[in-house]
Design a binder for this molecule. Structure first.
Ligand code: PRX
Length: 648
């Protein structure tokens, strides 16, 4: 068992080094240098990790800085579904497990071999075609973590339709906004879902949404829970009935590397979610090689990423990354604490999981429930662990390393975003000593720079803003229907650089420590929630005049939501009203955005130009000393005392 070195780092074990692709810092440095100094050559070599119909690109990379547009491998032709399924079936994996589905209720699982998954995907691709879906059309997907979700997105990829997966926990309103923005004609959903032993409604929410005028012509409904649902003739179709009629074979569409692949909505600093657009070639290359190197994937291994496919982690590391590498990927419908706190470890034991990838919020929860839950199970199959979504605190890192990994498994603390498509900063597990809590080094092709607000480089050890020099293959190309906003958000704040929205610092070894968002994005249990979205939901309530929402630290979820609200004349503070406001947010955004606390205030701190000063509200909400802040810009500094008195 490898233990802590005198300098606080952890070395990969000799046993691990035998498994790793990049077994020394020197080897990493050589590859990294090449990726920066000879990018054309480096990426041309890496492109061999994918199968192409044609490598007819004239330029590997082309960047128009002014327009904030760039292309990778434009003119090259490929298909993502072919890379995830057909090539493995042709290459001898027909009877190898591609997807293991583990249901919410223990004992319910299904295994899809590569051969079976391909035939389901081909049939469903034909179902989509029968509903008029063509290359470039958008398909909205509102499904829980069931195999039909994977089948749907792979079927879209096969025929070149652009999928837009909407997390199944989102409310009717959130679904409506996303469906409308992407102008999706077809929606794939199900009757209901299971979560921790409870049955949740899905079709009812869809029906409620479709009472409004929408772009949707056809709805395909998976029968999952078997509950009675209202189906509308001519619009709604049962998945199983359509599949039983579908042709068995469906050819792959030859896609340009730069054709749109999928849209995934994420939160930013405005109320409207942003439709991040990825393209086929660069995204597939990014997820394929990061999956291989971040987890040292070896053929035959089972990979389990606990993320939902409604988020980018699910897209990249439940589905496209593992399948492109021919891995066996596990998809889990349930929650870590049902039927008991040992559920994760029972699954690891049963399926002999090799690679386990989860979020710090889940690790904190499991640590709190006690080591005995891990010890009850044989988790010795684990070889490498992963963490994603939030900074991982060093004490949580150590628990994960010692108790779950038993001191044998390095931890890939992977830093990335919906917009980056794949990992951009991470400790390669076998290449060097790991530092608990640090995401450490850039992946190939990534040149991180930490800048001050005035755009000068931040000195070593000081906090600044994380930016990336030059676009990389899996970087988002635009925001759906709003390229101006894309420019404004990512490329204009620090001209010449991609701006991540995160704070970071570099230590004297050059290792990067991510300190969290510097914009109005709140990370609740690793889920990105826009403060503006929650504020818009609060303001929609008849009693609310103004609202400002800020993060507060939360032991389990990393951050929680604290809302300050002022009321319209005629309304008064009451517990009932506060509960009603919480309900309002749950209904309008979804349960993941539930505010922990609502404080009703007389006034909010504002500048003379009327801007609410959120950084002061952050301090007040988290109980830290706000007096050190300069209040001279406020119209009425006296409001701060009232806010402190009213803190809940
Ligand atoms: O703040 C960073 C945090 O998650 C944000 C991206 O959220 P999203 O687009 O939903 O994607 C989540 C999964 C990739 C980032 O801006 N974040 C992600 N990974 C890490 C992290 N913060 C610290 N350490 C990480 N490993």
């Amino acid at each position: 068992m490898a233990s802590e070195n005198a300098d606080g780092t952890y070395s990969p074990s000799e046993e691990y080094r035998k498994r790793t692709y990049i077994d020394s810092y020197a080897k990493y440095e050589e590859m990294y240098r090449k990726s920066i100094e000879e990018p054309e050559e480096f990426w041309t070599e890496q492109a061999e990790n994918l199968d192409w119909y044609s490598k007819g690109w004239k330029k590997v990379f082309d960047w128009n800085k002014k327009a904030s547009t760039f292309t990778w491998f434009k003119g090259g032709k490929l298909n993502a579904c072919y890379n995830c399924l057909d090539r493995h079936v042709e290459g001898g994996l027909k009877n190898t497990a591609a997807l293991i589905f583990e249901a919410d209720e223990p004992g319910n699982s299904r295994v899809y071999t590569y051969g079976l998954l391909l035939s389901e995907v081909e049939k469903f691709a034909n179902v989509l075609k029968s509903k008029g879906v063509k290359k470039g059309d958008r398909v909205a997907v509102y499904l829980p973590m069931i195999p039909e979700l994977a089948i749907t997105v792979l079927a879209c990829a096969r025929i070149g339709a652009v999928h837009s997966v909407v997390f199944s926990g989102f409310s009717t309103d959130s679904l409506f906004n996303r469906v409308q923005d992407s102008d999706s004609k077809v929606l794939v959903t199900c009757d209901g879902s299971y979560r921790g032993g409870k049955t949740l409604d899905m079709k009812g929410k869809v029906n409620e949404m479709l009472e409004r005028e929408t772009s949707v012509d056809s709805v395909i409904v998976v029968k999952h829970t078997g509950k009675d649902v209202v189906m509308e003739d001519g619009r709604d179709f049962w998945w199983h009935e359509e599949m039983s009629k579908a042709d068995l074979k469906c050819p792959c569409e030859q896609m340009d590397a730069e054709d749109p692949f999928f849209i995934l909505y994420t939160s930013g600093s405005t109320g409207k979610p942003k439709g991040v657009l990825h393209t086929v070639g660069g995204y597939m290359l990014g997820v394929t090689i990061t999956f291989k190197y971040a987890f040292d994937y070896r053929p035959g291994e089972t990979h389990w990423c606990t993320a939902d496919l409604g988020w980018i982690t699910g897209h990249s590391y439940v589905l496209y990354g593992p399948l492109s590498n021919g891995a066996t990927t596990l998809m889990f419908e349930g929650v870590p604490n049902y039927p008991d706190n040992g559920r994760f470890w029972e699954i690891v034991e049963n399926w002999k999981v090799d690679i386990f990838y989860t979020a710090p919020t889940a690790i904190r929860m499991m640590r709190k429930s006690g080591d005995e839950w891990v010890r009850k199970h044989d988790v010795s199959s684990l070889k490498v662990l992963g963490s994603v979504g939030e900074p991982i605190d060093s004490s949580v890192w150590k628990w994960y390393y010692e108790v779950v990994g038993n001191g044998r498994c390095p931890i890939a603390d992977t830093y990335w975003q919906t917009e980056t498509g794949s990992h951009i900063i991470l400790p390669l597990p076998g290449a060097w000593n790991q530092k608990p809590g640090s995401a450490m080094k850039p992946f190939f092709g990534i040149e991180p720079v930490i800048l001050n607000e005035d755009k000068t480089p931040t000195p070593v050890g000081q906090d600044g803003r994380l930016c990336i020099k030059k676009p990389w293959p899996s970087c988002a190309r635009t925001l759906w229907g709003d390229h101006e906003k894309y420019k404004e958000t990512y490329w204009n704040p620090y001209p010449g650089y991609y701006f991540s929205g995160d704070g970071a610092r570099q230590d004297s070894d050059g290792d990067i420590w991510i300190t969290g968002r510097v914009d109005d994005v709140i990370s609740v249990a690793g889920h990105r929630i826009g403060a503006a979205e929650v504020e818009a939901a609060l303001i929609a309530h008849p009693a609310v005049s103004e609202a400002a929402v800020v993060p507060i630290p939360d032991e389990m979820k990393g951050e929680a939501i604290y809302g300050f609200v002022t009321l319209k004349n005629g309304f008064e503070d009451s517990e009932e009203l506060r509960n009603d406001l919480v309900k309002q947010v749950r209904n309008e955004v979804g349960p993941i955005a539930t505010p922990k606390t609502i404080q009703i205030a007389e006034e909010l701190p504002k500048t003379r130009s009327g801007k609410i000063v959120r950084r002061m509200l952050r301090k007040i909400a988290s109980g830290s000393d706000f007096r050190s802040m300069d209040a001279s810009t406020l119209v009425d500094p006296g409001v701060l005392d009232d806010l402190v008195k009213g803190r809940r």
